[in-house]
Design a protein around this ligand. Sequence first.
Ligand code: PEP
Length: 253
Amino acid sequence: MRSKVVVGNWKLNGSVAGNEKLLASLLRDTPRNGAAACAVCVPFPYLAQAQGLLKGSAIAWGAQDCSRHDQGAYTGEVSGKMIAEFGGRYAIVGHSERRTLFGDTDAIVVEKFAAARRAGLVAIFCVGETLAEREAGMTQAVLARQVDALLDKGGAAGLEGAIVAYEPVWAIGTGKTATSAQAEEAHVFIRGRIAAREEPNIAAQLPILYGGSVKAANAAELFAMPNVDGGLVGGASLVSEEFVAIWQAAGAH
Ligand code: PEP
């Protein structure tokens, strides 16, 4: 049985004072049903603040990216080990904003995934199609390409203990959410693709999160789907009441 996970992606948002306020209200309003895991992925400079404020709480923290290198002459990079040193448990890799705006190719994303794993982090591997790809009937082909890049490198066993996030690009930050049926269909496809690599148990146990305009208003319907194991939440993770309600919805399914 997979338990649900809700991860907030703060993106390029936050300030020391604002984070303190947001985290204090998440801590105050932490759902008592306790069934879903929760984390916030903060900008790198705030990892120490998250560690200071969240240590010992029900909320874990992590980063939104991770260098594919462990150390060396790579100006501006942040390694998985550095994230782990600040107590970070998660690293998002392959977010569509990194893929489209910062040139993260399938090959780079796979290297980042491996680097996060080497550092002992739970890598959250993001995949998803653009609107043009969906309209051209290419959703499954795109998901297959992105997932296969990872499977070809480490096999399905490489996904043990990791998380996949299905994030249709057309739903990220647009207010357009995939229907629960569209999300379920994509999650079933991803799980099946991984199971076909002769590791059905790993596929069965793998949490697959949905991301793309998840809000308090649509979370319960999405999380009720048998293959939707929680959410990767952008905009709504910056609003305490919204994020708590999403976390609560995850715990109820
Ligand atoms: C995201 O950043 O991963 C995301 C899903 O954003 P939003 O919830 O704002 O669509």
